[in-house]
Design a protein. Sequence first.
Length: 220
Amino acid sequence: MDDIKIITETKMMIEEPELLHIDEEASVSYGAHQEWYSSWLQRMSGCGPTAAANLLWYLAATRPEGQLLFAGDGTKKADMMRLMEALWRYVTPGLRGVDKASTFTKGVTRFGRDRGYRIKTQTLEVPKEVATRPTVQELEGFLKEAFASNRPVAFLNLSNGALHNLDNWHWVTLIGLESVSKVTMYDQGRRTQIDLERWLATTTGGGAFVTIDCSRRRRF
């Protein structure tokens, strides 16, 4: 019995992942695609605002008061492109892209404030230094709490470590998990699973996980 490892997997997912299934004529794009941006610079460095567009559209579609956050249908490519262009002005990449979670959270917070919303953000930082990183259990808890609350997760990966199906220096959107080793990722229009337990153990650059929620600002 000592040689047998018992693994308990609990499937957990946001409630309406189909809201991030974007109609692209003859096919479906799983989440927005940074290649939809109009300029070369945006297409090269636009993964941060693209992930922000996924999260903000999902909030607008699933929160009762969210209609004024984005007046469009994010399952339509043209509308999602319009939201991506709007987010570029808030979650704006610098010379190193959007390489900090704080750039992402400040941008989406300001986007919401300009539209009369209070955006609440939660961030789990993964430092470059191995000794100060969160544990696998802490990462699992963060993801499960987000998905149980019907919130997708934006994941900043500054080094893919031993993962071959995850780009370096890149933002993606996470929508569910079976375990920390089987997390569902939407990236560049594709849906796949990544092993975040392995990433946490092998990344040399760290990264961050971000979720957002919103409430209507009161006016007096």
